[in-house]
Design a protein around this ligand. Sequence first.
Ligand SMILES: CC(C)(COP(=O)(O)OP(=O)(O)OC[C@H]1O[C@@H](n2cnc3c(N)ncnc32)[C@H](O)[C@@H]1OP(=O)(O)O)[C@@H](O)C(=O)NCCC(=O)NCCS
Length: 203
Amino acid sequence: MTILGAGGHAKVVIAALRALGIQDVKVLDDNPDTWGQTILGVPIAGGFDLLKPGDKAHIALGSNAIRQSLHDRLEGVEWQTIVHPTAWVCPTAVLGQGSFVAAGSIVQVEVQIGKHVIVNTGATIDHESIIGDFAQIAPGAHLGGRVRMHARSFVGIGASVHQGAILEAGSTLGGGAFLKGTLPEGETWVGVPARRLVPSTKG
Ligand SMILES: CC(C)(COP(=O)(O)OP(=O)(O)OC[C@H]1O[C@@H](n2cnc3c(N)ncnc32)[C@H](O)[C@@H]1OP(=O)(O)O)[C@@H](O)C(=O)NCCC(=O)NCCS
C-alpha cells in the first residue's frame, strides 16, 4: 500500500499498518526535500504524481483541506480504509473509503463515517452520529450520540461534543472545548461552553 504524506500522522498510520501485519508499504510526499529520506525505515520514493490509477493508497495528512484536494486530484486510486486492531468499530457502523480509525478509539452503533475521515487516538463517537467527508476528530475527543459533523469540520484534542450537536462545514472546535448546539460553517469556537474565537486585537 502507498501512504501519501511523510509527517507525524503518516508515522501513526504506518504503525497501525504494522500492527495489522501489513509490512509492504511505500511513502510518497510532494516535498522534494524529503525524497530519498526514510520514515520509520520506509523510503520516501517521490511525489504524489507517481501514483497510478488502480494503485491502493491512503492519504495520511492531517489537513482536512489537503486530504480533499489530493483526493480530487488523484483519480482512479483505490483508497484504503485503515482501522487499528485496538480500535472498536461496531459492526453496524459504516466507514467511508480512505478513512483512518486510530488505536484505542471507539465507533459506536450505527455511526456513519464518510470518506478520508480521521478518528484519531482514543477518540470516541457515540450512537448514530454522522461524520462528513474529510472531517477529523483529534486524540481523546468525545462525541455524544447523534452528533452531526459536516465535511471538513474538526474537533480538537480532548474536546467534548454534546449529543445532537452540529458542526457545520469547515468549522473547528478547539482543543478542550465543550460544544452544545450548532457551530456555524467555517467558524472556530473554543472554551467551556464553546464560544466563537474572536481574533485578538493585541499588538
Ligand atoms: C482553536 C485553535 C484551532 C486556534 O488556533 P489559532 O487560530 O492558531 O489561535 P491562536 O493559537 O493564535 O490563539 C488565539 C487565542 O485563542 C486562545 N486559544 C487558542 N486555542 C484555544 C483553546 N483550544 N481553548 C481556549 N483558548 C484557546 C489563545 O490562548 C489565544 O488567546 P489570546 O488572543 O487571548 O492570546 C487551536 O488553538 C486548537 O485548539 N487546535 C486544536 C489542536 C489539535 O487538536 N491538535 C491535534 C492534532 S493531532
